[in-house]
Write a protein that binds this ligand. Structure first.
Ligand SMILES: Nc1ncnc2c1ncn2[C@@H]1O[C@H](COP(=O)(O)OP(=O)(O)OP(=O)(O)O)[C@@H](O)[C@H]1O
Ligand SMILES: [Mg+2]
Length: 288
């Protein structure tokens, strides 16, 4: 192998490695207000602190608030990219910790109605965002066709529930819908606002048992977050608690889940965010 050839080999193997590292995680819940957005905001920072390049797609069409939790107010969203000729860099916000936020806004629900030219422009803009290892998609509560499409092209779904019976029954209904549509969906459950580890484990076991018996399938236990008043405080202060209170109980839980995500090396479904949206268009029946 001559020097030029060796260089080409190194570059190619680097690209290969980078492409396979792109992971998409969709965070969802049956019931609202169970802690999805605060989980997403802090998980993103915890991953960034470990050297992972993270972006959040705020796909909560009704009440997007990821930016506010970081103390930022985004000016634009995907809507402006699609309809007002803004570039991906115009609409992307970067937090002080270096997490990229892509506000979906009402543009997300318009994705289904895009013509070919608009679709191609969206893909071209996403191509500029190739420097992401993990994309976390924060969703509103409940389910819509667009969120189901995201779930189908995600590497993992993180479903958040609390131990409350109403949250659990809504989580079960959501699992039923997801597994009914995509039986191989990789659903990982995080139990939020628990008093202790035992409560987390028992809550998961109860949910998993119901899923086993009635849906003849299973879900994975991803972890738990303690009920911690610093979580609410950090939302008021508009600073992620993993930064403001790194030693608080909820931070410890987030760091553990972040380590688990980093340690899990699966074959990922998409190579880049452009590839993800390309597949999404396919799922929505828009062709390639
Ligand atoms: N581990 C926790 N301990 C204490 N309070 C928490 C915890 N996690 C979330 N909360 C509180 O729950 C409330 C809802 O949190 P958050 O906005 O993250 O939920 P959400 O699931 O994104 O809501 P929505 O469905 O409206 O998008 C917030 O007031 C937050 O402070
Ligand atoms: Mg939310």
């Amino acid at each position: 192998m001559d020097q030029a050839e060796r260089l080409r080999h190194i570059i190619n193997s680097r690209n290969y490695k980078k492409q396979n590292n792109f992971k998409v995680i969709t965070v969802t819940s049956g019931k609202g207000g169970v802690g999805k957005s605060s989980f997403v905001v802090n998980l993103a920072v915890a991953l960034k602190l470990r050297g992972i390049k993270v972006a959040i797609l705020d796909a909560d069409i009704g009440m997007a608030n990821v930016d506010i939790m970081y103390g930022i107010k985004s000016k634009y969203s995907l809507y402006d990219l699609i309809f007002n000729n803004k570039s991906i860099n115009d609409i992307t916000e970067i937090t002080p910790e270096g997490v990229k936020i892509i506000p979906g806004g009402s543009g997300l629900k318009d994705i289904v109605d895009l013509n070919e030219e608009q679709r191609n422009r969206l893909l071209e803009e996403f191509e500029k965002l190739d420097d992401i290892d993990v994309l976390i998609v924060d969703t509103g509560a409940g389910i819509s066709n667009i969120i189901l499409s995201f779930i189908s092209v995600s590497d993992e779904v993180i479903l958040i529930t609390t131990p409350e019976p109403t949250s659990l029954t809504d989580a079960y209904s959501l699992i039923k819908i997801i597994k009914g549509r995509y039986k191989d969906a990789n659903i990982n459950v995080v139990i939020n606002k628990v008093k202790n580890i035992k409560e987390a484990r028992e809550t998961f076991d109860k949910l998993n048992k119901t899923v086993n018996v009635f849906l003849k399938t299973s879900i994975n236990y991803k972890g738990f977050l303690f009920k911690d008043e610093r979580v609410t405080l950090s939302i008021i202060e508009q600073r992620p608690y993993v930064i403001a209170y790194p030693k608080t109980e909820a931070s410890m839980c987030i760091f553990k889940i972040a380590s688990d995500i980093i340690g899990h090396k699966n074959e990922n479904k998409n190579t880049t965010i452009k590839d993800l949206f390309f597949k999404l268009f396919g799922r929505m029946g828009l062709g390639s």
